[in-house]
Write a protein that binds this ligand. Structure first.
Ligand SMILES: CSC[C@@H](O)[C@@H](O)C(=O)COP(=O)(O)O
Length: 359
């Protein structure tokens, strides 16, 4: 199956060259959470329909759907699916949230939908609302982030990013990738440097796929090459997403993000974190309290499950995320605007006007 959306519908109402791309969709008959299987990209555009919670849970665990905001949408529709297949909404939310412990959007969205009661029609309406709000938030983040780069760096800018934070991770145009895309649409992106993002290569496989589909000037690099590019002044700004932002502004994101923040500080380059307000978790006081997902050693020992890299007897460490201390973050960009020099007070002030938007 390859055409999950109406041709030309776009992801936020605006037609683009990536209309066949999506992360998550709801299907009515028979009820299913439809996913574009991201483990098969870029080679194959393959769609799967999850008709029960166990199938969806496996898909989330194995990164067929991934990226914090898209996980939130999958969790939201997952609660609807659960309610239609014999689960209580609360149990369904807990089951889904347990699959990816670091990405706070998953549990947040699932619990938010579950709190709406037991009527599947009511749950579906709420999940659809959340899905659509994501796309709107992405556009706002893209604009705020692009304008901030225009202020902090020379444009057209050479931007470096990590992992995949585009429409595959978000449904809308993306978080960090949405900033690069907005710069591109403005004619202010000179080049996008794409970290390959070991071990699962979300940058090489997914971000490059989206950048190519949008004709964005880009190049993939080995993660370890970022320091060389910064050392030679080939990077004007680093822009990343996040899976959870603590109340003090510490940021969890894909493993390899923290070294980029250190490099950015060393070279005086702005380090921007772009994420919706729903990624800020006021219940997590600081980075040390963020649960870090440990994944299977084989993801490191074998290339995409196919080629052995290490001798049979070698163990491997595979933390999926790292934590960047707030002091290394130039600014956090949300759909509401910019948190400069984030700390506990600045984050609280950003949330203050309408905590209801997150709760
Ligand atoms: C907009 S997405 C922000 C993060 O979710 C993204 O940078 C990331 O780390 C994704 O990790 P993944 O393990 O692929 O789900």
């Amino acid at each position: 199956m390859t055409t999950p959306r109406e041709p030309g519908a776009g992801h936020d109402g605006a037609p683009d060259q990536t209309d066949d791309l999506f992360a998550v969709a709801w299907v009515d008959d028979p009820p299913a959470v439809r996913l574009l299987d991201q483990t098969r990209l870029p080679g194959e555009v393959h769609v799967i329909d999850c008709r029960d919670l166990a199938t969806l849970a496996e898909a989330i665990r194995s990164l067929r759907v991934r990226g914090a905001p898209a996980l939130g949408v999958a969790g939201a529709y997952g609660v609807v699916l659960g309610a239609l297949t014999g689960w209580s909404p609360g149990q369904a939310a807990a089951e889904l949230a347990a699959q990816r412990p670091t990405a706070v959007n998953l549990g947040w969205a699932a619990e938010r939908i579950a709190a709406r009661g037991n009527d599947p029609r009511e749950l579906l309406a709420a999940a659809r609302e959340l899905d659509e709000a994501n796309a709107v938030a992405c556009r706002a983040m893209g604009r705020h982030g692009a304008d901030l780069i225009g202020e902090l760096a020379a444009t057209p800018a050479r931007v470096l990013t990590h992992c995949n934070t585009g429409m595959l991770a978000c449904q809308g145009i993306g978080t960090a990738f949405g900033v690069a895309r907005t710069l591109h649409e403005d004619g202010r992106l000179s080049h996008l440097w794409v970290d390959e993002t070991r071990p699962l290569l979300q940058g090489a496989r997914l971000t490059a796929y989206e950048a190519a589909a949008l004709d964005m000037p880009h190049a993939v690099l080995a993660d370890a090459a970022a320091g060389s590019l910064l050392g030679r002044a080939h990077v004007d700004a680093i822009v990343v997403g996040s899976d959870r932002i603590a109340a003090n502004g510490d940021v969890a994101n894909k493993i390899g993000t923290y070294p980029l923040a250190v490099l950015a500080a060393r070279h005086g380059v702005p380090f921007l974190v772009v994420a919706p307000v729903s990624t800020i978790d006021p219940a997590t006081p600081d980075g040390a309290a963020i649960p870090i997902e440990e994944r299977a050693p084989d993801e490191v020992r074998r290339v995409l499950g196919q080629v052995d890299l290490t001798p049979a007897g070698s163990d491997a460490a595979n933390p999926a995320f790292d934590v960047t201390p707030a002091e290394l973050v130039t600014a956090i960009v949300t759909e509401r605007g910019v948190i400069r020099d984030p700390d506990t007070d600045a984050v609280a002030a950003h949330l203050a006007p309408s905590t209801a938007a997150r709760d």
